[in-house]
Every structure is written in structure tokens, then in C-alpha cells.
Design a protein around this ligand. Structure first.
Ligand SMILES: Nc1ncnc2c1ncn2[C@@H]1O[C@H](COP(=O)(O)OP(=O)(O)OP(=O)(O)O)[C@@H](O)[C@H]1O
Length: 316
């Protein structure tokens, strides 16, 4: 295994903000650490990058224990939420900053910097100053700067936080492309599950410093292990009794005009148009449910009687 983290624990005051966290990542994979605010995501990255000292744990990269190394000695690049760029320096100076500490001539550094800038879509931006760039462009310079040193492990903290919806889609693809081109193992922190679903090979779901589930995006959505993953990931209609918790995702509820065997009658209380999909809030004799259908299909009006076809799944 390329990266092995075992028993990582970080305490602030009397609070374990990272509590016995263990996971592995294969070479060239993207791992996404997902979880609510304050669940310890950034602290894990900071411990890996060497900006915090964990109380206990082991981190092995490519068969080498790295926790005793300084941040500069670790084969790791980190892109922080705040980017950490030098605002008055040019794009190229920021990009090649990390090469200062390597045995590379300035001429070679500039050539390598320009190649990376072209990859992140910033060809020709060399002499622009950071404070003359948009948020998305700055984010790409920060990425270029971390890639130029060819890290074994790339750590990204909320890399899309300052981007609008369109640019976010472009950047998601760009990061995936760059990461595959260089075969860089990447760990990426977000609280946005769509980011995690779109780019991750594996998702680590955190809650209060602990790992709740490690799974592929599809498995975490389809087979949540326990109530927290179910509540946090996607939306669902939940039926909870003393013995078990069952759920049905809104898109698993099919609406019909007429009753069929095993359908349940309901009335559409509210309809929310969301572009590609329409969300219905439906009351039945047993429960209030949310269903979604494609808006290109039949659209029901509020107050309509509908017949719901669905099955609950039991959580593991
Ligand atoms: N230097 C520090 N001193 C004391 N407490 C801290 C420190 N840094 C973080 N914490 C606390 O540790 C907990 C975890 O913080 P962390 O930044 O890792 O969470 P996060 O999951 O990344 O949150 P967010 O999504 O809001 O960035 C929080 O309760 C935070 O207040």
C-alpha cells in the first residue's frame, strides 16, 4: 500500500479532534475526507503535512515513516484553503517557489513552471501578479505550485471553496486529469458531497474526530453503515423503530396516476422545480415522504393524488 495511516490521534485541550484514525490509499488514487464542520478533516491533513504534531499514530508513505520528518522533508505538497500565495509576486514566481529548495537552475525552474501553468490552463499568465487574478485562477496557481515539485502525496483542503458552480465543474475535471497524468496520490478535504462523489476513488466519512465509514462513493450512498452516514450522505426518507432503521432514497419512489398492487396513496403537498429534477413533498397515511422525478417526465401539480411505488431498505 502506498499510504498507510494508523491510529492517528490529535488532542487540543481535553478534546480528541482526531481520534484513532486509520486508513490506506493506493498509489495514484484520490481519497476524499468528507464530514461536517469541525469533524477533524483539516486537522488530519495538517498532521500529514507536518503542520501539527499528533499525540500518537503512524504514517507510512512508500515504506517510509514520515511523522518524524519536517514539512519540507516530507514528499508531500499541501494546497490550503487560503492558498498561501504571495500576493505581490508574479504567477511564475509563485509557481516555482518550491523549486528553490531543490537542485534546479532558475532557467530549468521557469521552464518547468511554464509547463505546469499550461496544464492548469494558465499559459501566458507568467507575469501577472496574484492580486490581479480571480479566485479560481489563484486556486489554479496554488495547484500549479504544489505540482511543480512532483509530490508523492498531494493534500488539498477545500480546493473548490471559492469557485462558482461552473468553474467548480471545470476544476474538478482539471484536478482529476492532472492527478491521473502525474499519477499523484491525492487526499482531498471537503464538506461538499457532490465534490466527493465526482472525483473520489474512496470516501472517508468523519464525524466528531472518528471515521464513520470508508467506502467507494457508490457504496457509501447505497449501503450506508449506520444512521450517521445515512443522515449525512444524500437525502432519504427514514423509518426508524426500536428494532431497525429503514430508508428509501427520493429517486427510488416511483409515482403513478393510478393505484397498482403494493402502491400507497399520497397527496402532493408541495412541488419544487430544480431544473433537471422536480422534488415532491408527499403526505401519505403513514408518513411524509420526499420523492424526485426527472422534470422531462410527467410533472404533477400540488394537490394531486398520486400512488407511490417503493420499498424500504434496511441499513447495515
Ligand atoms: N489550533 C487549534 N486549537 C484548538 N482547537 C482547534 C485547533 N484547530 C482546530 N481545532 C478544533 O478541532 C476541531 C476540528 O477542526 P478541523 O479544522 O480539523 O475540522 P474540519 O472538519 O476541517 O472543519 P471545517 O469543515 O469547518 O474546516 C474543531 O472543533 C476545531 O475547533
Amino acid at each position: 500500500m502506498f499510504l498507510t495511516v494508523s491510529g492517528l490521534t490529535k488532542i487540543y485541550g481535553d478534546k480528541k479532534v482526531v481520534d484513532n484514525v486509520s486508513f490506506e490509499a493506493e498509489k495514484g488514487s484520490i481519497t476524499c475526507i468528507l464530514g461536517p464542520s469541525g469533524s477533524g478533516k483539516t486537522t488530519i491533513l495538517r498532521c500529514l503535512g507536518g503542520f501539527e504534531n499528533p499525540e500518537s499514530g503512524n504514517v507510512i508513505i512508500d515504506n517510509r515513516e514520515i511523522l518524524s520528518l519536517s514539512p519540507e522533508e516530507r514528499p508531500i505538497s499541501t494546497v490550503f484553503q487560503s492558498y498561501g500565495l504571495f500576493p505581490h509576486k508574479s504567477v511564475i514566481e509563485n509557481t516555482i517557489y518550491g523549486l528553490k529548495f531543490k537542485k534546479v537552475t532558475r532557467k530549468e525552474a521557469i521552464k518547468e513552471g511554464q509547463e505546469i501553468l499550461e496544464i492548469v490552463g494558465l499559459k501566458g499568465y507568467d507575469n501577472r501578479r496574484i492580486n490581479q487574478l480571480s479566485g479560481g485562477e489563484q486556486q489554479r496557481v496554488a495547484l500549479a505550485r504544489s505540482l511543480v515539485v512532483k509530490p508523492n502525496l498531494l493534500l488539498l483542503d477545500e480546493p473548490f471553496s471559492n469557485l462558482d458552480a461552473k468553474l467548480k465543474l471545470v476544476m474538478r475535471e482539471e484536478i482529476q486529469k492532472i492527478q491521473k497524468t502525474f499519477n499523484i496520490t491525492t487526499i482531498f478535504v471537503t464538506h461538499d458531497q457532490e465534490d466527493a462523489f465526482s472525483v473520489a476513488d474512496q470516501i472517508i466519512l468523519m464525524n466528531k474526530g472518528r471515521i464513520e465509514q470508508i467506502s467507494s462513493p457508490m457504496d457509501i450512498y447505497n449501503y450506508p453503515k449506520g444512521e450517521f452516514p445515512l443522515q449525512f450522505i444524500g437525502r432519504s426518507n427514514i423509518k426508524s423503530t426500536n428494532e431497525k432503521v429503514e430508508f428509501v432514497r427520493p429517486e427510488e419512489i416511483k409515482l403513478h396516476d393510478n393505484p397498482k398492487e403494493n402502491t400507497m396513496e399520497g397527496i402532493i403537498e408541495k412541488r419544487v422545480f430544480k431544473g433537471a429534477i422536480v422534488e415532491y413533498h408527499i403526505s401519505t397515511k403513514d408518513a411524509n415522504l420526499i420523492a424526485i422525478e426527472l422534470s422531462k417526465d410527467k410533472v404533477y401539480n400540488e394537490g394531486s393524488i398520486v400512488y407511490l411505488e417503493f420499498e424500504y431498505k434496511v441499513i447495515m
